[in-house]
Design a protein around this ligand. Structure first.
Ligand code: CP
Ligand code: NVA
Length: 301
């Protein structure tokens, strides 16, 4: 039987996604209570990072250790993948020795090719197109602060790339409305918009989008791999900063999220990210609990 993978949120059914989010909160409570729970004893997660990471690496590595297993950090600098060994061959070899593989890379086709040749579950830990692990944590965080997200209005402000695409998938799976406010030329992939069209609207004005928002989310202007575009993007994204004037247009109890790392003074002001309505630290911590729920689901089932 071929293994379950997690390359986008849609590799889960909506009910599996909801169960996983609730399980993440349960695992968080167990962790805080000091409960000894080691369902992944002697299990190994290989972690392939072709881009930098703080949260993703620490959360997967700590999560595996807390579950009694082990995580293996593989950088392209030190593996044959970085010297051109085919993804297909690497997938066959690595997946013959471990229980799951996590990959952070550039093209989404790389995780798809890896998964097609893997005998164990493959987890997408960010590609240029999607960041589904972050959405598990974001949805858990919303639920813990405000209850069900169903029927709520979520506004994405900024680049229509990986995080925005995963928010669009979440919108149709959990049935909330997502309004993406993106500068011209930085809109989300039209095919992913079309897939989620009943729950997604794309606008070019952050001010128009944010009226009545229950949750406002943003991300860096230049993602990993786009460092050379930073100056151009600073110009193109003017008017797309999340600041107090923008948050004042949202609902009174609107939350603010950012997957981090953040650049205060660019996509968000310090006043917004450091305000009590900002839940970015819970969001970051929940990467640990949400991914433990994901590892348990993929490896133990
Ligand atoms: N949000 C997130 O994925 O952070 P890292 O790049 O630090 O892993
Ligand atoms: N959009 C950002 C997210 C980082 C977690 C990037 O791809 O760099």
């Amino acid at each position: 039987m071929s293994p379950r993978h997690f390359l986008t949120l849609k590799d889960l059914s909506p009910s599996e996604l909801k169960q996983l989010i609730s399980r993440a909160s349960e695992l968080k409570a167990m962790h805080r209570a000091g409960t000894d729970y080691q369902p992944l004893k002697n299990k190994v997660l290989a972690m392939i990072f072709e881009k930098s990471s703080t949260r993703t690496r620490v959360s997967f590595e700590a999560g595996m250790a807390q579950f009694g297993g082990h995580a293996l950090f593989l950088s392209p600098r030190d593996t044959q993948l970085g010297r051109g060994e085919p993804v297909e061959d690497s997938a066959r070899v690595i997946s013959s020795m471990v229980d799951a593989v996590m990959i952070r890379t550039f093209g989404h086709d790389i995780v798809e090719t890896f998964a097609a040749n893997s005998r164990v579950p493959v987890i997408n830990a960010l590609t240029d197109d999607y960041h589904p692990c972050q959405l598990l944590a974001d949805m858990q965080t919303y639920q813990e602060h405000r209850g069900s997200i169903e029927g709520k209005k979520v506004v994405w402000v900024g680049d229509g790339n990986n995080m925005c695409h995963s928010y669009m998938n979440a919108a149709s799976m959990l049935n909330f409305q997502l309004v993406a406010a993106c500068p011209k030329g930085y809109e989300p992939n039209p095919a992913i918009v079309a897939e989620n069209q009943a729950n997604v609207t794309v606008l070019h004005s952050a001010q128009e989008a944010v009226v009545g928002a229950d949750l406002v989310v943003t991300d860096v202007f230049a993602s990993m791999g786009q460092e050379e575009e930073q100056q151009q993007r600073l110009r193109d994204f003017s008017g797309f900063q999340v600041n107090k004037a923008l948050m004042d247009l949202a609902n009174k109890d609107a939350l603010f999220m950012h997957c981090l790392p953040a650049h205060r003074g660019e996509e968000v002001t310090a006043e917004v990210i450091d305000h009590p309505d900002s839940v970015v630290w819970d969001e970051a911590e929940n990467r640990l609990h949400a991914q433990k729920a994901l590892l348990e689901f993929l490896i133990c089932n």
